[in-house]
Design a protein around this ligand. Structure first.
Ligand code: KG4
Ligand code: ZN
Length: 354
């Protein structure tokens, strides 16, 4: 079984072909650089860049895989959630191929792409516990099956990746912030600044990062002569120490919330064995190590996608498309791309159009 996947929901234009033996036959990905100057993704610029490059990504993928369009069993394309201009580009490309080739269409929820991605590289079985941490989302879910999700907690304000990006912007480090902060943090002292851990003792699985971001802003301002964060006046050592202190604060919050979720998961699903982290922030090695230690402390197996498949990519869309397709979850050409699309929505298991 061969499935082509197309991703375009944020600032990566990507395509991939995967088979049911989990072999990635071809893949191509373009990370849009146009947004760096803005410290965040500009939706219209992203949509135009997707439009310009999507055909080339699909062609390169087919070439690399040595696969002809006729050989594909299904076409999977991102259907949301995300920046709608970009989602429309990928969804339309998928629909056009499906129509022209008369092949089944699977519209994939981008979050389901992240949620199922760890099953490509690891033998992760349902049900499993998932921490999904990206630039736009921050949730803890039980993955009961393809299309069946139970949400245990979510952020009440910023996503964890968004907090990394905003702190990097305040420190004038560039975009995306996560990898740069991780690199700076490696040389910094995480104990130098005591930053808040919002909702740490709330006892539930909800998260909050807005207060932490504000605390970092105040810290930066305290070093600035005119009290602003505009001039990027911090020296390298202070910057590294802020990055390290921030990274450990985010990690403490995520570890505590996942620990609360593990308790619920174990009680509801004593047969469950796996804890999984996915999404762009899952590429953070400091966080991965902390989550691995936590999982092992509770007798669970920890899994995460390889670093390059944590951030957005076409492989996860192709794989989620394949998992849905083999369960018979296909979509019609009238599927409307969705800027919002909660993963735990009831219709998820019945096919995306329902
Ligand atoms: O999953 P993703 O590629 O896009 C969304 O669906 O949002 O995640 C991108 C996010 C960005 O906020 C980026 O700063 C963050 O993931 N990220 C990281 C790391 N690599 C990417 N955050 C922390 N540490 C990293 N190494
Ligand atoms: Zn993503």
């Amino acid at each position: 079984m061969l499935v082509l996947g197309i991703e375009s929901s944020c600032d990566e234009t990507a395509a991939a072909i995967i088979n049911d033996k989990k072999e990635i036959l071809g893949e191509s990905l373009l990370s849009q650089k146009e947004h760096e100057a803005f410290g965040g993704v500009v939706p219209e610029i992203a949509a135009r860049a997707h439009l310009e490059h999507i055909d080339e990504m699909i062609e390169d993928t087919l070439k690399m895989a040595k696969v002809k369009l006729e050989d594909l069993d299904a076409i999977a394309a991102v259907g949301g959630p995300g920046l709608i201009g970009g989602v429309v580009v990928g969804a339309m490309a998928g629909k056009a191929l499906s129509l022209a080739l008369n092949k089944p269409l699977v519209m994939v929820n981008h979050l389901e792409g992240h949620a199922l991605a760890p099953r490509i590289s690891n033998d992760v079985e349902f049900p499993y516990l998932l921490l999904l941490v990206s630039g736009g989302h921050c949730q803890i879910l039980i993955v009961k099956d393809v299309g069946e999700y139970e949400r245990l907690g979510t952020t009440i304000d910023d996503a964890a990746g968004e907090a990394f990006d905003k702190v990097a912007k305040m420190l004038c480090l560039g975009y995306p912030g996560g990898p740069i902060i991780e690199k700076m943090a490696a040389t910094g002292n995480p104990d130098r600044f005591v930053l808040p851990r919002p909702l740490l003792r709330s006892g539930d699985c909800n998260m909050s990062f807005s207060g932490l971001k504000t605390a970092v802003r105040k810290l930066i301002e305290s070093y600035s002569e005119d009290g602003s964060v505009e001039h990027c006046i911090l020296n390298k050592e202070v910057t590294a120490d802020i990055c390290a202190s921030f990274q450990v604060a985010v990690t403490d919050c995520l570890v505590k919330k996942l620990e609360n979720a593990i308790e619920i998961f174990k009680e509801k699903y004593p047969e469950g064995k796996d804890v999984v982290v996915s999404g762009g922030v899952a590429a953070n090695s400091f966080l991965r190590k902390a989550l691995k230690d936590l999982s092992e402390k509770h007798g669970l197996i920890f899994a995460a996608p390889p670093l390059k498949y944590c951030t957005d990519n076409g492989v996860m869309i192709a794989w989620a498309g394949l998992e849905r397709f083999r369960k018979g979850l296909v979509d019609d050409l009238d599927f409307k791309p969705r800027p919002r699309w909660p993963l735990d929505e009831k219709a998820a298991a019945q096919g995306a159009k329902a």
